[in-house]
Structure formats: structure tokens, C-alpha cells
Design a protein. Structure first.
Length: 182
């Protein structure tokens, strides 16, 4: 498991799927995600089956927060589209527990994933896509060290409107400079 100050990241288990089902079908949660259609429990099971066949570094990670002496599931995250030759990968995240938004868990998760990506997977570039309609996510990513690198204009159609899709990234050199400055 990957441990941070208040959270840890672990492999996804079948028992997590009920929460994932609730979260992914919540319009407030999936507004910022590339998920537009209702997901069934069977869709969730199939997603986990497919994910369990992915290479180890691309397997999804459950986000848990420390509660007393135990841990509570609050979301999901992970690397996708890893390109080993270019040492680049994309990140995704969902904090499903809405009452925990704006408490720094998203930022902490991204910082932990960056540390894992640079210091364990030896990546050189970690990037993500965020909709212009999701300022909370953009702010969390900036706090974690991501910088805007480009915008795909009208890149997504959601709720009857087009929105821009921002690409943000962190390079290994920037990660190291930031770590040395702390
Ligand atoms: C996006 C997400 C991961 C962020 O996690 P989080 O734990 O809520 O984020 P944090 O608390 O670390 O940071 C949020 C920041 O955005 C700020 N913020 C919140 N709403 C905002 C708004 N409308 N405009 C600008 N900033 C906003 C918060 O104040 C906070 O910044 P601060 O610490 O400087 O005050 C989480 O909200 C989530 O999973 N949402 C649903 C799924 C999703 O959208 N995933 C991302 C897809 S790209």
C-alpha cells in the first residue's frame, strides 16, 4: 500500500464496488468525469475484471482516509495510458464522498500519486485532463504542482453544452525542484 499523511492507496476489492456504483451514478460526482450514462452493478463488476487484467502499474487504486485506528474508503484513482518508452502517463481521480470535498484529500492524493509515479515508476511526465467546468479539480491539481500545458477547445459535450478540456502536467524535473524547495 502507498501511505500518505491522512490517506493510503490500496488495490480495489470487490467489496468496494457498491460504493463505486453509488458514486459514479451521482450526477454531482460524475459531472467532471468522462462518464455520461448510468452504470449498473454488472458494469462495475466488469470494469473491475478488466482492470484486474491491466498491467500492475495501471491497476486502479482505492483511496482510504484514516479514521481513528481504521480506514474508510473515500474514492478511486490511478494511472492510465502508461507509455514506458516516453516515460509518460495519465492520472485520474474521484473523491466519491462529497462531504469530504474541499478538505485537501484530492490534493493529497495527487501528491501521493506524483511521488509514486516519479519515485517508484520512474516516469518523466505525468498529465491529466480536466474540464473547464471543474474549477475545484483544477485548483486541487495546481496545489499539487500541475501546470496548464494546453487546452482542447470545446473538447467535451456535457449537459447540452461544449466545454474546454485543459491538459495539465508535471515533469520529473519540476517535481524534484519542488521537493528540494520544501
Ligand atoms: C476534483 C476532486 C478530486 C478534488 O478533490 P478535493 O479533495 O475536493 O480538492 P481539495 O480540497 O484538495 O482542493 C480543492 C480546492 O478547490 C477550491 N475550490 C472549490 N470550489 C471551487 C470553485 N468553484 N472555484 C475555484 N476553486 C474552488 C477549494 O477551495 C480548494 O482550494 P483551497 O485549498 O486553495 O481553498 C474532487 O472534488 C472530486 O473527486 N470530484 C468529483 C470527480 C471529479 O471531478 N474528478 C476529477 C476529474 S478531472
Amino acid at each position: 500500500m502507498i501511505y500518505g499523511k491522512r490517506i493510503r492507496l490500496r488495490g480495489v476489492e470487490k467489496k468496494d464496488l457498491q460504493k463505486y456504483y453509488d458514486w459514479i451514478n451521482d450526477p454531482d460526482v460524475n459531472e467532471g468525469l468522462a462518464v455520461d450514462l448510468p452504470m449498473s452493478s454488472l458494469d462495475e463488476e466488469r470494469w473491475l475484471e478488466r482492470a484486474s487484467e491491466a498491467e500492475q502499474a495501471e491497476k486502479p487504486l482505492a483511496i482510504e482516509m484514516r479514521v481513528g485506528r481504521g480506514w474508510k474508503l473515500i474514492g478511486n484513482c490511478g494511472f492510465i495510458h502508461i507509455e514506458w518508452r516516453h516515460r509518460a502517463a495519465e492520472l485520474g481521480i474521484m473523491i466519491g464522498e462529497k462531504k469530504l470535498w474541499n478538505q485537501g484529500y484530492g490534493t493529497e492524493t495527487m501528491q501521493l500519486l506524483l511521488k509514486h509515479g516519479f519515485e517508484t515508476l520512474n516516469l518523466n511526465r505525468i498529465y491529466l485532463q480536466v474540464y473547464s467546468t471543474n474549477p475545484r479539480a483544477k485548483r486541487a491539481y495546481e496545489k499539487a504542482g500541475f501546470v496548464l500545458e494546453g487546452t482542447m477547445r470545446a473538447g467535451v459535450y456535457k449537459k447540452g453544452k461544449y466545454a474546454d478540456v485543459h491538459f495539465m502536467s508535471v515533469l520529473a524535473s519540476e517535481w524534484e525542484a519542488r521537493r528540494e524547495g520544501q
